[in-house]
Ligand binder design. Structure first.
Ligand code: FMN
Ligand code: SF4
Length: 438
């Protein structure tokens, strides 16, 4: 079970944690009785539009990576339902396909009823008659069995108005992308499909479809109970509320923290070595130097100064005995193998970029390799059917910037890493022959 970091006195003063169980309950999974005792009953509105207005005032944005305003998606689905006279579907996205992330699985394990509440309230807000929770049943201590139990209990007690179906997400990097998710739920491969139309217009079975990350829905369930002002009591004016972060420090083990948006990055990483580096936002994210990290706070406005984004809340400190270029090359190889291989950028550019990075990591690169990587990256910009190539090239560019001194060392046939043990998590299926490719 992933550790959850202890709350501090200042957390308690601002009412954190909100989503995770309170520390005095020793991180115990919140059963239905505990959940109702802490949060009260599910506040159905029975009045069209009121929840959407509250979500707008709260300023809730998606916690699945894109930080898109939630009220706009709710409104778009509700409008499309009226326009096309189709009853919508809502989907809780718990695929958490990013290997470095563990916050959604932890949330589903510890506070499943908050997510299920959010799913019901979102369904009510858009008038949906279909609700699906899409996640990995086996990911964490058999979370699937727990979720089935929670859903059955709620049905028995008459809490849920829309029956909830559990759907299994494949363990692939792209499986959580919303069009890939829809494709999978429609019986096809879990690969992204081309837009338009937007899924808010025509998604599952051609009905308007709302896809929200499970953490987003848990926040929504609390805003419905406590209101926008309560939500805004933490976070920044532009990016209010709290967020779940998966933090990996030097031991590489994930720890889940619930923190206000806008806290100093160093609160999550702890003290950094002067020549240290931090990965923010996961494998479509950005490496920053320790010097940059000292200036940054965990919100998109601040992180933009380092071309970074909060993403799905991943913060990883690179240990001093590992090489940032070797680690990046391992991950980029995984990302290239995970592409759906249907668009030019993924078919042509990602394998070449992955091969170039492997050469740089192995100290065998020729004159022009770095320029090639730049050129291929420019060529893919905005070209894929999904953000996979853009996210991957952003990650690569940040590594070449942040580890420029290491690249120079590799050029001279050296590497600063004392340990060759892989650090960043890469799933086994594509981690094969990890050691013999560099
Ligand atoms: C390659 C890729 C993978 C994604 N994986 C996930 C995921 O595992 N979970 C998730 O909630 N969103 C994921 N997303 C974002 C979803 O497409 C979608 O925007 C999100 O589920 C919407 O929820 P939110 O607005 O509440 O964040 C992914 C996007 C991309 C491009
Ligand atoms: S850009 Fe790549 S990952 Fe995205 S749909 Fe196209 S081939 Fe698949």
């Amino acid at each position: 079970m992933t550790a959850v970091t202890d709350s501090t006195e200042s957390d308690a003063a601002v009412g954190l944690p909100r989503l995770l169980p309170p520390p005095q309950e020793k991180r115990a999974r919140q059963g239905l009785e505990q959940h109702l005792a802490r949060h009260g009953r599910l506040p159905y509105r029975d009045r069209a539009g009121t929840l959407i207005r509250d979500i707008e005032s709260a300023g809730l944005t998606g916690r699945g990576g894109g930080a898109f305003p939630v009220h706009r998606k709710l409104q778009a689905v509700s409008d499309a339902a009226d326009r096309y006279r189709r009853t919508p579907a809502v989907i809780a996205n718990g695929a958490e396909s990013e290997p470095a992330s563990d916050k959604d699985a932890t949330l589903l394990w510890l506070s499943p009823h908050l997510v299920l509440d959010g799913l019901q309230l979102a369904a009510e807000a858009v008038g949906a008659d279909t609700a699906i929770l899409y996640t990995h049943a086996n990911r964490k201590n058999d979370v699937g069995a727990r979720l089935r139990e929670a859903i059955a209990q709620r049905q028995e007690r008459g809490i849920d108005r829309v029956p909830v179906q559990l759907a299994e997400a494949p363990a692939r990097f792209l499986a959580g992308q919303e069009t890939a998710l829809l494709s999978h739920l429609s019986g096809r491969a879990a690969v992204p499909t081309f837009m338009p139309p937007r899924i808010t217009e025509r998604g599952l079975g051609n009905a308007p479809t709302l896809v929200q990350n499970v953490e987003t829905l848990a926040h929504l369930a609390l805003i419905a109970r406590r209101g926008p002002r309560w939500f805004r009591a933490v976070g920044t004016e532009q990016e209010p509320g709290s967020m779940l972060a998966t933090v990996r420090r030097l031991d590489g083990q994930p720890k889940i923290s619930e923190v206000p948006l806008g806290i100093p990055l160093l609160t999550l990483t702890g003290e950094l070595r002067q020549d240290g580096a931090v990965l923010i936002g996961g494998y479509h994210g950005t490496w920053v130097t320790a010097g940059q990290a000292q200036q940054l706070t965990m919100d998109n406005a601040s992180l933009a100064k380092a071309q970074a984004k909060v993403g799905a809340g991943i913060v990883i400190t690179l240990p001093s005995d590992r090489c940032g270029i070797v680690e990046t090359a391992r991950v980029v190889r995984y990302l290239a193998l995970e592409s759906a291989g249907q668009c030019g950028p993924c078919l042509n550019a990602l394998p070449r970029i992955a091969a170039a990075l492997a050469e740089i990591a192995g100290g065998r690169f020729r004159k022009g390799t770095l320029e090639d990587v730049d050129r291929w990256s420019d060529q893919v910009a905005g070209r894929g059917a999904c953000h996979h190539p853009d996210g991957t090239t952003r990650f690569v560019a940040s590594a070449l910037r942040t580890f420029a001194a290491e690249v120079a060392l590799h050029k001279a046939g050296r590497c600063s890493a004392a340990s060759k043990k892989p650090f960043l998590p890469v799933p086994q299926a594509t981690a094969r022959a990890e050691t013999d490719w560099i």
